[in-house]
Design a protein around this ligand. Structure first.
Ligand code: NAD
Length: 286
């Protein structure tokens, strides 16, 4: 039987650390970190995420700024707002909630964000920095997954790590972070042949596919650490991961549940990145 990796507890610990560091930072420098979140349109899931981010900011002691723009906002209008925030000293972190409506090119928006304020770490400059290991920010979800892995005490060095999924937001950076920890990393994707043969070799298996219950018991090696990044909403309204928990849990040594695994980590890492952004912009190194 696997040990459950408690994302809620790890997330609460990190948020408490950030809250305390923020209080000390504000006391010492008289600067309140701030995060601006932009939401375009009326996507209900995005609205929930933005509300959660605002709430977390308030708990940290950050200033939280929201721009709620109508669905028909043009790409030019959105970029103009981002450019204004890029040079506004009262804004430390900028986050444009994805997905944006289809008529807006998300990469154009990401590229318009000042890399020093890019708390999602999606800007090509920040992605490149991660490649060469000289980064200030890590993308929140993979960074959160790595924190969960660390919480198990399992050493990644030399382990066979398999990441299913190659998105810019999760799969690719996750693979890079495992490589930084000296894992032997394989990235699998929709064109991978004989996926099961590869996943069965994994000491550490990360699922970021976006398909409910995709990873079944036969795909997992006895004793593997299984990190489930997937968040899928089933027809009955319940949340479910990419891993078939009932089948995989008896074989794994450690496993993240959904909900309560990687999900709560993303916001905690966003809070940490926002505090880092405030320090960078004010030339503070500690
Ligand atoms: P995505 O759709 O961009 O990428 C999915 C990846 O899965 C692709 O690279 C694709 O090649 C791969 N894939 C699809 N079918 C496959 C198959 N049959 N075999 C092997 N690989 C296959 O998704 P994403 O943005 O990377 O998100 C992945 C999951 O993580 C989703 O469930 C998403 O909701 C979740 N997610 C969670 C958080 C969080 O906060 N915990 C954040 C972002 C994404």
């Amino acid at each position: 039987m696997a040990k459950l990796i408690d994302g809620k507890a790890v997330s609460a610990r990190i948020k408490e650390e950030v809250r305390q560091e923020t209080a000390a930072f504000m006391e010492k420098y008289g600067i309140q970190p701030s995060l601006a979140v932009v939401i375009v349109g009326n996507d209900p899931a995005s609205r929930v995420y933005v509300n959660n981010k605002k709430k977390a900011c308030e708990l940290m002691g950050f200033k939280s700024i929201e721009y709620a723009l109508p669905e028909d906002t043009t790409q030019e209008e959105l970029i103009a707002l981002v450019k204004k925030m890029n040079v506004d000293p009262a804004i430390n972190g900028i986050l444009v909630q994805l997905p944006v409506p289809k008529h807006i090119n998300d990469m154009a928006i990401i590229k318009s964000i000042n890399p020093k304020k890019d708390v999602d770490a999606f800007h090509p400059e920040n992605v490149g920095r991660i490649m060469v290991g000289e980064y200030k920010f890590l993308p929140c979800t993979p960074a959160g997954a790595i924190e969960l892995l660390d919480s198990t005490g399992v050493d990644v060095a030399g382990k066979n790590c398999v990441v299913i999924g190659r998105s810019n937001i999760v799969g690719k950076p996750m693979a890079m972070l495992l490589l930084h920890r000296n894992g032997t990393v394989t990235i699998c994707h929709s064109r991978t042949k004989d996926l099961t043969a590869i996943t069965r070799e994994a000491d550490i298996l990360v699922a970021a596919v976006g398909k409910p219950n995709f990873v079944t018991g036969d795909m997992v090696k006895e004793g593997a650490v299984v990190i489930d990044v997937g968040i899928n909403r089933l027809e009955n309204g319940k949340l479910c991961g990419d891993v078939n928990f009932a089948e995989v849990e008896p074989k794994a040594s450690f496993i993240t549940p959904v909900p309560g695994g990687v999900g709560p980590m993303t916001i905690a890492m966003l809070m940490r990145n926002t505090l880092t952004a405030a320090k960078i912009q004010n030339g503070i190194k500690d």
